[in-house]
Every structure is written in C-alpha cells, then in structure tokens.
Design a protein around this ligand. Structure first.
Ligand code: ADP
Ligand code: MG
Length: 711
C-alpha cells in the first residue's frame, strides 16, 4: 500500500492510478476499482450512460404526462401502499413544490433502504416518464438524486444538461461528477488520437480532447436526444477513433499477407474432378461460387486468408474438403482443425468417405490417440506420408511437424481467432488458410471483425431441406412434449434432449441430465433406448454413444451442449432444449441445426419456465419466428453486444470501449474506408508525419498486431 501522497511520474499520464487525482482518496479509489476504473484513462472512457435535462427545471404542475421529464421537490410523505386487495405492495413517495405534487412509485426494491433515503423534508431531483393514474401524475422507478447544498452555486449538477453515469456503489452521483470534472480539467490534455488532419476534415470530426469534454459535460446548446443516442458529435469523434485504429491494424495485417510469398497451387485438377464426380449430389450455386473463389486464391502466389460463412448445414464442410484437393494433388499436406473432439471425429469420417477413395492418406489426431500410435502419426506427418491430418486445436500447439503444409482449414472461427491463425502460419511455409464459421453476420460487420480475411458467403441451403417448426413450451405442457417425442420415435425417428449442465448444482434447480436420462428410460420410454452424452465423459465413451446414435441403436439422446457443433444425424427429427432461456441465441440456432437434416419435417421444442426475463423472451421469440441464421445473428449481436458475441478477447482484437458495431455501423464503414486508404498510400506507415499514429496504433493493439514490417 502506497501511503505517500506525492504523485509519481507516469510515462503515460493516462495510466496514472485514479487515487492520485485531487479529492480521490484510497477509499474512493477502491470503490472506483470495483467498477473496473483504475486509471485516469479508464475514468475518461467511463462515459455517461444517459443525460438529464436540468437546464430549466419546470415546476411540478408543468410536468407533462407521456414524456420523460425532470423535476425537483421536497418529500412530503413516503411509505408502503397496498393495491389489488392488499396483494401488491408498492413503495410510494409524494414530492411537492409550491405548484403541486407528484407520486413516485417503486414496485420492488429494499423497503428499509427506500424509507431511509426518502425521509420527509428531503429535497430531491427526479426524472422519468410521467404518467396519469387515477387523476394524478406519477413516475415509476424514477432516477433520483438527493440534493444538498445550494443549487444556485452548483453549476455541475444544475442548470445544465447533466451526465448520468452508471452507478458506482458507495459513490454519490454528485461526487462522481465532481471527480470526473476534475479529471477532465487536469488530464484531458493527455488524450491523443493522431488521425491525420485531412481525414478529420473530410469526416468533419471535432478535436479529440474537446470531444471528451463535451460528452462528459455537454454545453447547453447540445441536443439532448442525440446525446442520449450516443450520436452527438463528441460521441462520433470518440467512436471513430476506436474503429479507425482497429481498422488500421487490420489493413496493415491484410497488406502484409498480400505482400508475403505463399504457395501457388496450379495442378491439372484431375483430383478435384474425380472428387466432384463421386458426390451423390451436385453443388448448390452458392457452393460452386465459393469453391471458385477459393480455387482462384489457391492459384495466387501469396497466402490465402479466407473466411467461408454459411448457416449450419449450408454445406461448408464439403466445399472445404473439395478445396483441399488441388493442394493435395500438388503434393502438399492439409490440416483440418475443429473446436471439439466430437466434431473433429465427424470431419474425419466425412473425409474418409469422400477423400480417402481418391488415394489420400488421412489421420485423426485427438487426445484419444496415445503412445506409440501417436508417435507413429507424428512421424508419418513429418515424412509427408499422411497427407491430411484432422484434429482439434491441439494440432497447432503440439509437437506436430509437417512435411509440406499447404492448406490449413479451421472450423468455427469465433472460437479460434486471429492469434491462433498466426501460430498456425508459423507451422508451415505460409500455408493458405481457410476458416469456416456457422455464425453468419452481416457483411459489413464481418469485414470488420474478420477484417484481414477475404469473405465468401454460402447463402443458399442444399435443396430438399425439410422445414423445422420451432415452439416454446412451458413446464406445464411437459406432458404434451413427451407425447410429441413418443409419436416421432414410433415413426422410427430419433430425438435429442439437450441440457445446459452436467450435474445438478445446488444453486440452480437444473434438471440433471444424468438423472433425467434414467427417468426417461425407466418411467417414460422403457420401450426405446435412451442414451446419455455429456462433457465429462471420456473421448471413447462419447464416441461409442455417438456411434450407437448414428446407427439408430439409441433412439433418444440426452446430451449436454457437447453436441453443439456439427453433428450430422439425418434421422433425428426432434430436438428438445431444456432451460432454453439459459442458452444464447446463436447457441440455440446451432443446436437447432442438428435436426432437419434428413427427409422428414422436424420439430424444435424449447422448454422454458413460465416466468422469464424480457431478454430471454425476445430470444425465444426470435427462434420461433425465423430459421434464417443471418437474422438470428443480427438479433443476437444486438442483445449481447459484440464483445461476448465474437469472443473478442479470444479473437485477439482490441475491445471497444464506446463503439457498438451495430449501432455505429455507419461510423465503422467510414473508419474502415479511411484506414485502408491511408495504408494504401503509406503501406508501412513510414511517413514521418505518421510517427505518432504508429505509436498509438501499437499501443492500442498491445503486441497483438504481430506485423513484421512495422514496429
Ligand atoms: P455445414 O458444414 O455448412 O454445417 P455440411 O457440409 O456438414 O454443412 O453439410 C450438411 C449436410 O448437407 C451434409 O450431410 C452434406 O453431405 C449435405 N450436403 C452438402 N452439400 C450438399 C448439396 N449441394 N446437395 C445436397 N446435400 C448437400
Ligand atoms: Mg459443419
């Protein structure tokens, strides 16, 4: 613990710990820390979540119903009121001024805390939507601040547009505003965004430090509406800065890949022709187009870096396998990596079916392969006797040495990321890289998040897909769900029941998958075979169960989310998801992709408790309303935000502190355009006028840029 109050010098003033701000002691600093605010920089980026109009406070009688209003008054009464024959308890506060009074209501909350806070005689300022109820004006769950001291002298909290920050426990809003104001006054000067002036002018962007001042403490002429939408000029400047440096890094990465020497595959194409002719179906036109794009890349003398995006079941895997044929024909090796062992195993069996007959030697490398057998595979890969190797991420982390790695295929990008791709490239002589993802996202956003990749989209499903009907069922209708299951099983179909957890947790009253499987077998489906698959099982066990299910020996498979990705069971026509409200939207969509793969119409049944949160409700409704993966992904992105959606941290991209990919898509597109234009003009940022730009870029990416040509 540092007790000295003397402020040490920090190389970058924005990294100064917050306790060195005047008026912030260790106690306050600890409270800030709990909110993730440790440094001056963190504090400056802690932007208000909303703004309140306190420029001209109206008297209470003038507050208009149907509007969001801010008013001020004195607490006249407060306490519990009962409604609906005593069944509903509401905490009420009557606030008045010389013109009249208004009722503030809380339908939930800690009564003691509320009583304490709204003592009679306190002066408060409140804000929220005014409504009429039984001839009176009221506000439900208003934002409230207790006033003390003189309003006339308080220019931070009154007579202005006031910033509303997310609550920091134990810190009064007015204290927070005072600290923020001081930080801005003393430290805003250290904020830098050395974006070239011509870009700023072209984009009509304001000065960076000024942007922070205005966003925290907007001048009175600012539009309240735009502020609250994060669309003020100040917001735009800060968001542009974040996006610009992201895109600048991506532009440099992409350029570097283009400059690097890679392998140009130009075989006769006999193998591909053979491969295509043995398929029992013809490719969809989307598959053909994408395959064409890949083949063109393979022929080029620099490394391919391409993403195939397509909904679950759109036929990405087969395209990727076909794409590997020219590489194999040229005498190079292909590596395929999947996020889970089960999926690696499935890719292996698909490859054995379509690629082995062409005389290619394929090996599967998972944690099940041990000892001598493993050593043998290592040797064969190293000598080039095995031409295609399939496994989990372990392939790149371990001791695997390739003879001539020509193409790496990575399944499920969002669990993988930029950094791992870098690792992989180092394994070979700049092999081509093909990434597959079943998370379809809008093109502009994909360009950004996978900004250094070229993009191919399979936007068409193979013909003859049967429809999937999705419905949400509450617990009360469980009997109906079992009847549906029985009907399908009797028709000879198979079914999945998916659970979010493996074992019963004391805290959550989850139905335990293991016990449920027993119950289903014993009490409900004694005439069918019920199987269980979960994440804690050993690889061999899982494999055996999957095999039995594939062969139709197990009719009803109870599983935890290990089945999330890529398993292909055409005969399965029902999927029941237990506690569907606990799954993310994209995850639910992935799960649903396990059915509807055969010749039968399918049913997806989402079980959820009767009462669920608003957000969960939106998710489940989205599932009922559409099977379009793009629409689902867009909604998911909106609900969860990009950080969680893309697993930004894992993917190695800098996180955004203010910008939101969907909300700010137009800023993003402009930032990308400008960044790429700049890199075109000054490919290595060598121009002396870009020195600062480079320094800031490196700092933002914190070593994740991995560029050979700059730094
Ligand atoms: P994805 O990897 O995109 O989820 P897959 O490649 O696993 O999809 O394909 C799903 C299923 O569709 C597989 O059984 C595959 O054999 C089949 N399939 C792929 N392309 C076609 C096509 N053009 N016509 C008919 N069936 C196809
Ligand atoms: Mg797949």
């Amino acid at each position: 613990m540092i007790t000295s109050s003397k402020k040490p010098q920090f190389e970058n003033s924005l990294l100064t710990p917050i306790r060195f701000v005047k008026g912030v002691g260790p106690k306050l600093a600890t409270l800030f820390g709990k909110k993730g605010i440790y440094t001056i920089g963190d504090a400056l980026y802690f932007l208000p979540r909303a703004y309140e109009d306190r420029r001209n406070l109206e008297t209470i009688s003038k507050l208009r119903a149907g509007q969001k209003e801010t008013g001020m008054g004195v607490v006249l009464f407060s306490g519990i009121a009962f409604y609906q024959n005593q069944r509903k308890k509401v905490f009420e506060v009557t606030v008045g001024d010389e013109s009249g009074s208004i009722l503030l209501k809380w339908f939930h909350g800690n009564e003691r805390y509320l009583r304490d806070r709204f003592k009679k005689g306190r002066r408060i300022i409140f804000s929220g939507e005014v409504r009429w109820f039984r001839g009176r004006k009221e506000i439900h769950h208003p934002e409230v601040e207790i006033i003390d001291g003189e309003i006339e002298k308080d220019s931070l909290n009154f007579k202005r547009i006031v910033p509303i920050y997310s609550e920091i426990e134990g810190v009064y809003p007015r204290t927070l505003r005072r600290v923020m104001k001081r930080i801005l006054e003393e430290y805003a000067q250290y904020l830098h965004s050395p974006i070239p002036i011509e870009i700023l002018e072209r984009q009509g962007l304001m000065e960076f430090q000024e942007a922070f001042r205005r966003v925290h403490f907007p001048p009175n002429e600012e539009s309240l509406e735009r502020l609250n939408l994060f669309q003020s000029e100040g917001h735009r400047r800060i968001i542009f800065d974040e996006f610009f440096f992201l895109e600048l890094g991506l532009a440099l990465k992409k350029r570097q890949v283009i400059l690097e020497k890679g392998i140009s595959f130009k075989p006769d194409g006999i193998l591909l022709k053979k491969g295509l002719s043995q398929l029992p179906f013809s490719l969809t036109s989307a598959q053909e187009r994408v395959l064409g794009e890949i083949l063109e890349d393979l022929g080029k003398p620099h490394p391919m870096n391409r993403l195939i995006q397509g909904d679950v079941g759109s036929g990405k895997t087969i395209v990727a396998l076909l794409a590997s044929l020219p590489v194999l024909e040229s005498g190079y090796q292909v590596a395929i990596m999947a996020p889970t062992e089960v999926l690696a195993e499935q890719h292996y069996s698909t490859a054995c079916r379509w690629i082995s007959p062409l005389g290619i030697r394929i090996a599967l490398l998972t944690s099940n392969v041990k000892g001598l057998e493993r050593e043998k595979i290592y040797g064969e890969v190293q000598r080039g006797e095995i031409q295609m190797i399939i496994g989990t991420h372990a392939i790149i982390q371990e001791e695997v040495e390739f003879n001539r790695l020509g193409l790496a295929i990575i399944d499920e990008q969002h669990k993988f990321g930029v950094v791992q791709r870098g690792l992989l490239r180092k394994k070979g002589m700049n092999p081509d890289v093909l990434v597959m993802t079943a998370t379809p996202i809008p093109r502009t956003l994909a360009m950004t998040v996978y900004g250094d990749l070229d993009l191919s989209i399979i936007d068409e499903m193979p013909p003859g897909r049967m429809p999937i009907e999705t419905r949400v069922f509450s617990e009360a209708l469980r009997g109906r769900v079992y009847r549906i299951l029985r009907e399908e099983l009797q028709k000879g179909r198979q079914a999945f029941i998916v659970y979010p957890l493996v074992e019963e947790s004391e805290k959550l009253d989850l139905r335990d998958a293991t016990r449920m499987a027993e119950h289903l077998q014993r009490d409900l489906f004694p005439d069918f075979k019920v199987g269980l698959l979960h994440g804690r099982m050993k690889g061999e066990e899982k494999e055996a169960i999957m095999k039995e299910f594939k062969e139709g020996k197990i009719h009803l498979l109870v599983a935890t989310t290990v089945i999330e990705v890529g398993i292909d069971i055409p005969n399965a026509s029902v999927m029941v998801v237990e506690h569907a409200e606990r799954f993310g939207l994209s995850q639910l969509h992935q799960l649903r992709g396990r059915i509807g793969r055969g010749d039968y119409p399918s049913k997806c049944i989402l079980m959820a408790p009767y009462r669920i949160s608003g957000e969960a409700k939106i998710r489940l409704q989205a599932m009922e309303n559409t099977t379009d993966g793009f629409k689902i992904a867009e909604q998911d992105l909106e609900l969860r935000g990009p950080g969680e959606f893309f697993g930004v941290r894992q993917s190695g991209l800098p996180d955004f502190r203010v910008g939101r990919l969907l909300r700010d898509a137009s800023i993003l597109i402009e930032a990308r355009k400008e960044a790429f234009r700049l890199v075109e003009k000054d490919p290595e940022l060598q121009n002396p006028s870009h020195r600062l730009l480079r320094a800031v870029l490196m700092e933002r990416w914190r070593g994740r840029l991995d560029l050979a040509t700059i730094g």
